[in-house]
Ligand binder design. Structure first.
Ligand SMILES: CCCCCCCCCCCC(=O)SCCNC(=O)CCNC(=O)[C@H](O)C(C)(C)COP(=O)(O)OP(=O)(O)OC[C@H]1O[C@@H](n2cnc3c(N)ncnc32)[C@H](O)[C@@H]1OP(=O)(O)O
Length: 134
């Protein structure tokens, strides 16, 4: 998704403007895209929170990155295609290698999607694979 999740000390925010091809019903954003945004931003929020609690600079090695163990998404209202989406992420629970993140998407100041991500710290061999990808 190429989103940038920015940690503000309390929650993480990402912004994304869907393109015309991110649609199913004309005029509205495709739900699978919205679920992907919750997923990507949820794991990013887990990572940012893990760096924060350990007092470390985000994105520094050894990497604290997270895999999606569970993804739940509720589509509360249709999401109009056109305006920028603001994706919020907040840590609900953090224990051991697991972080539970509640996430939601706002458009024009209204929440249209609400979700929850159970994120588990990625094993070293998967982080190595990602680092060697480029
Ligand atoms: C530098 C660039 C890097 C960049 C890195 C960028 C990564 C971006 C990732 C983007 C998001 C993805 O697409 S990720 C891809 C989609 N996801 C996957 O492929 C994950 C496949 N599943 C797995 O590999 C595994 O099941 C794991 C890693 C999720 C968990 O296995 P594990 O490592 O053996 O851990 P395990 O002991 O079972 O679980 C740890 C804790 O999490 C809980 N837990 C585990 N699964 C669940 C679940 N579904 N729902 C609730 N809770 C769960 C357990 O009860 C336990 O809690 P407790 O007993 O401690 O309380």
């Amino acid at each position: 998704m190429q989103i940038k999740s920015v940690w503000d000390g309390n929650e993480a925010i990402a912004r994304f403007t869907p393109r015309p091809y991110h649609t199913a019903v004309p005029g509205y954003v495709y739900g699978g895209l919205l679920a992907s945004l919750i997923d990507c931003h949820g794991t990013g929020t887990a990572s940012a929170a893990a760096y924060a609690v350990t007092g470390r600079e985000p994105g520094t090695a050894p990497y604290l990155r997270y895999l999606t163990a569970s993804l739940r998404v509720n589509f509360l209202k249709p999401t109009p295609l056109g305006p920028e989406l603001v994706i919020h992420g907040r840590v609900k629970e953090m224990a051991g290698r697991k972080v539970v993140v509640e996430a939601w998407i706002e458009v024009n100041g209204e929440t249209t999607v609400q979700g929850e991500v159970v994120a588990v710290q990625a094993p070293d061999h998967m982080i190595e694979a990602l680092l060697n990808r480029a």
